[in-house]
Write a protein that binds this ligand. Structure first.
Ligand code: FAD
Length: 474
């Protein structure tokens, strides 16, 4: 490998001496890739095709010791560092141009202890890896709704999905994490060991170190959950969404319903005349006894005249992957997000109006339902601050043709701005795009000052800066 020129944190470039690379390689159990190594281009591919960054070096780690070695190499030579888990982050923070990417994607092991109801999870595992391993024992931890997402980035930002109203965020079920800090030390963070670090990594992202192992508390779930979609024409959405909002005020925590406004994909259960037309889809999941779910969902299923209702028992792992075909990697994506306390009449009208002029068939407006167990944890118990949010809007600008960038980004920004008067001002850090560094303090609200102090303690040189960065601008 030729001496690579690597970008430094101070903004220049440096040539890492060959002897430093040789000494690194002799201890490193993983694979070190440069721009000339076969496999380099595949290794720098991430979910959002808008991001095209070329690290000078990719250290594909195999062990926690590898991670510590890579951190020490970066520290010794002032290298710009990014950290890659599942590579799903919309802002593309897994990669850095011309720096060192510490790639954890090969560290995928998931070890489940069914009797203790605990799982030890490697930072390269996807949500699908976690669900498959835990469901083999009839157990689960709350994670997100797309099985190819990385457990690491998702958990470090909070992590919510179909189980969160009943079982909390992913971080509410985290009992321990092993963390390589900026000085290359490997620490264990729990409620009693380095509790300040444990507080910070539960929502504060990768700002304080690199997590090399997560330990989660598991819960009995499934193996089947009552779940599926109810689909209405968009013209009915103003009425259905008002009913939906009022209906959800009376449902238990185990019942969750997200909604999506988009053009109908050619799904087999939709009549062909609906393909490509605007629809409202209600996505339901009840993580309790099927018969109870049937009874609770009945009024929602009977409301109006849906064009499809495919709610039925599904294996939990299948339901966790059901949206994957609509969220494939390699497509251009630009997201905007707000938190809401309620879905008000004004917001409903605005959503429907914008859904009538979607700029691309893949673009959608998604509303996730939160609250329940998430809201019962005090706002300062973990770094994740916005426990009060009952609904999170994610404007998924999504398209393939770069010529549509301006139209799709413009539409997403316009909806975001129009919806701002209805929003809390808070935002989920994992939904921030690459141009939203300025919203990081808003993502942490009342917890931000404590996070800045923690950053000074664990990463005073801001080694971990290619992220939604906490503290003074880099
Ligand atoms: C299609 C899709 C669906 C989604 N659905 C949900 C959902 O239902 N619920 C939800 O909560 N979120 C959801 N998200 C958001 C998701 O939580 C974030 O994109 C998250 O950052 C992905 O983590 P990753 O490991 O895949 O990403 P990466 O891009 O690899 O990493 C994200 C960030 O975390 C840092 N990081 C990664 N691993 C580590 C580590 N081990 N130690 C320290 N820092 C690390 C990275 O440096 C980067 O800054 C979704 C995202 C997508 C694209």
């Amino acid at each position: 490998m030729p001496d690579p020129q690597v970008r430094t944190r101070s903004g220049g470039t440096t040539r890492v001496p060959q002897r430093a690379l040789d000494s690194f390689s002799s201890a490193f159990r993983g694979q070190l890739l440069s721009k000339h190594t076969p496999g380099y281009d595949a290794a720098r591919g991430i979910w959002n095709a808008m991001i095209d960054r070329k690290p000078a070096l990719i250290a594909r780690c195999a062990t926690a010791d590898d991670v510590a070695l890579a951190v020490r190499l970066a520290g010794a030579h002032d290298l710009l560092v990014s950290v890659r888990g599942g590579g799903h982050n919309i802002a593309g923070n897994a990669l850095c141009d011309d720096g060192l990417t510490i790639d954890l994607s090969a560290m995928k092991a998931v070890d489940v202890d069914p009797s203790a109801r605990l799982a030890r999870v490697g930072p390269g595992a996807t949500l699908g890896d976690v669900d498959r391993a835990t469901q083999a024992s009839g157990l689960a931890v709350p994670v997100g709704i797309n099985s190819t997402t990385g457990i690491a980035g998702l958990t470090l930002g909070g992590g919510f999905g179909w189980l969160s109203r009943s079982l909390g965020l992913s971080i509410d079920n985290l009992v321990a994490a092993d963390v390589v800090t900026a000085d290359g030390a490997l620490l264990r963070a729990t409620a009693s060991e380095h509790p300040d670090l444990f507080w910070g990594i539960r929502g504060g992202g990768g700002n304080f170190g690199i997590v090399t192992s997560f330990e989660f508390r598991l819960h009995p779930v499934g193996p089947e959950v009552l779940s599926g979609l109810i689909v209405h024409p968009l013209d009915e959405a103003p009425r259905v969404l008002r009913f939906y909002r009022d209906f959800l005020k009376r449902t238990p925590d185990q019942f969750v319903c997200w909604c999506v406004l988009r053009k109908a994909p050619p799904l087999p259960f939709l009549a062909p005349e609906w393909h490509g037309r605007e629809i409202l889809a209600l996505a339901v999941c009840y993580a309790g006894p099927i018969a109870d779910g049937e009874r609770i969902a009945k009024p929602l299923r009977e409301y109006g005249k849906p064009i499809a209702d495919v709610i039925q028992p599904h294996p939990f792992t299948a339901w966790q992957a059901v949206l994957d075909p609509l969220l494939t990697p390699g497509v251009r994506n630009y997201w905007k997000s707000h938190d809401f306390l309620e879905v008000s009449d004004g917001l409903i009208d605005l959503l429907v109006e914008h859904a009538r002029r979607l700029p691309d068939p893949q673009t959608e407006i998604a509303i996730a339902q939160l609250g329940g167990a998430v809201s019962r944890v005090p706002a300062d118990a973990t770094a994740y601050a916005h426990r009060d949010a009952q609904f999170v809007m994610n404007v998924h600008g999504r398209w393939e043709d770069p010529a549509k960038d301006a139209a799709c980004i413009g539409w997403a920004r316009q909806l975001f701005e129009a919806a701002a008067p209805f929003a809390t001002g808070g935002v989920y850090v994992n939904f921030l795009t690459q141009d939203e560094q300025g919203r990081v303090p808003a993502a942490y609200g009342g917890n931000y000052a404590r996070l800045v102090a923690l950053k000074k303690r664990y990463d005073p040189g801001n080694l971990f800066r290619v992220n939604q960065n906490i503290g003074p601008p880099a």
